[in-house]
Design a protein around this ligand. Structure first.
Ligand SMILES: C[S@@+](CC[C@H](N)C(=O)[O-])C[C@H]1O[C@@H](n2cnc3c(N)ncnc32)[C@H](O)[C@@H]1O
Length: 387
């Protein structure tokens, strides 16, 4: 088990905002984020650093050239790029830096024709492409800014339920008679809570993800009720499609998602989709209490938020969940700038998470590398493997 004793520590970035603060007005943020102050200069520095690192990501599935360009544009103080991101930082200080850069790309992709968007990505030198980006931002600023004000990156994966299926079934197997009141928080399209307990979906994807001892057997979770929670407007397939990059890799993943949505047991799963902003702490607290939620999943959600807000959300979950108080947190490595992700688990209202594993590809293919606490977890909650 980790020994740092700090619930925030797992979810902090090394970089902290600092400098002179100026008031945000008017803010689109709600609840925990609404009254915060933001330092625009350091927010822009954070966006620049995030874009530069995203631009060096080892996998290029269609967004890397865009991120590189944004990093370059901010370095060169390109006026339209600086302007739109300055206004955004004032409006939505709750957004994490990597998330902001990805959201700018998605908003542009959603606004421009495919031809115009591709022209920003290639060919040409950074200088030429920056000219193109600045021109598009000047013409389309209102549309791009409007999308960024209202939306989040809602990329939804058809494979991210795999670890949750394994972890939840292992824990509930040891709790005779106990049923899960489960919520997938930041669910995106809401496919994950539908896939839970779909043996067909599990067996379709599980063989592509090797755990240290092989492929875990499918085991059902005793479920009483399940929710998919996201911010308003609830992401729909049109929006999620826009969050996928332009590349054969993403085309394949989108095909998987669409096919999964058509599967009979996924379609017929009883899931309540619930519009709720996790930053509206009081509303979230009421929801958790009303529904007696005892297990939640947050997959690629917290990285979208400013670091301080992540800890606040976790604190509420830790204190409010009913027993066994399971919180599965899957976060992209280094704020999305490195390949893969990590999976940690809070249990029994304990503020110290178990570090279960890292996954080599954030789309839950490849290998599961054991974290410091996987062995401890398995000693208490055995996982059985197919081979
Ligand atoms: C990248 S998507 C991940 C979707 C899904 N969990 C997955 O891994 O495939 C992150 C989702 O978290 C949601 N999210 C981020 N901040 C949120 C908040 N404050 N309240 C509710 N949902 C939020 C976003 O709207 C988005 O749909």
């Amino acid at each position: 088990m980790t020994s740092d004793g700090n619930v925030h520590a797992q979810h902090r970035t090394p970089r902290q905002r600092h400098g002179t603060a100026c008031a945000i007005s008017p803010s689109q943020d709600s609840g925990a984020a609404a009254d915060r102050k933001v330092d625009v200069v350091s927010a822009l520095e954070d966006y620049h650093d995030a874009a530069k690192q995203l631009g060096q990501h080892p996998q290029d599935h269609g967004w890397r050239e865009f991120y590189k360009l944004v990093g370059y544009g901010l370095q060169e103080r390109a006026p339209e790029s600086v302007s739109i991101l300055t206004k955004f930082s004032e409006l939505r200080s709750s957004s994490g830096a990597s998330h902001t850069v990805t959201l700018l790309g998605i908003a542009l992709k959603a606004t421009l024709t495919e031809e115009s968007f591709r022209a920003i990505l290639a060919p040409g030198t950074l200088t030429e492409r920056l000219r193109c980006l600045e021109k598009e931002l000047a013409v389309n600023e209102a549309d791009v800014a409007g999308i960024m004000a209202a939306r989040q990156n809602s990329f939804t994966s058809a494979r991210r339920f795999l670890a949750a299926q394994v972890v939840l079934s292992a824990v509930f197997d040891t709790l005779a008679g106990k049923q899960a009141n489960f919520a997938d928080l930041g669910t995106g399209l809401g496919v994950m809570p539908r896939q839970i307990n779909s043996q067909r979906s599990y067996e379709r994807f599980a063989p592509d993800l090797r755990w240290p001892s092989g492929v875990p057997e499918f085991r059902p979770i005793p479920i009483n009720k399940r929710f998919g929670v996201d911010r308003k407007p609830m992401p729909n397939i049109d929006w999620v499609r826009k969050c996928y990059g332009l590349s054969p890799y993403y085309d394949e993943l989108l095909g998987e998602l669409l096919a999964t949505l058509q599967e009979r047991d996924v379609r017929s799963a009883q899931v309540s989709l619930t519009e709720l902003d996790l930053l509206d702490i009081d509303v979230m607290r009421s929801f958790l209490r009303r529904e007696a939620i005892n297990s939640v999943n947050l997959s690629y959600v917290l990285y979208e938020l400013d670091v301080d807000l992540r800890g606040q959300i976790l604190e509420v979950l830790i204190s409010e969940l009913k027993s066994p108080g399971l919180i599965i947190v899957t976060e992209p490595n280094s704020e999305l700038t490195q390949q893969g992700c990590s999976v940690s688990l809070y249990l029994d209202n304990n503020a110290h998470p178990l570090e279960l594993c890292t996954v080599s590809d954030g789309h839950f293919r490849g290998t599961v590398v054991p974290g410091a606490d996987l062995e401890l977890f398995q000693s208490q909650f055995p996982i059985s493997y197919e081979s």
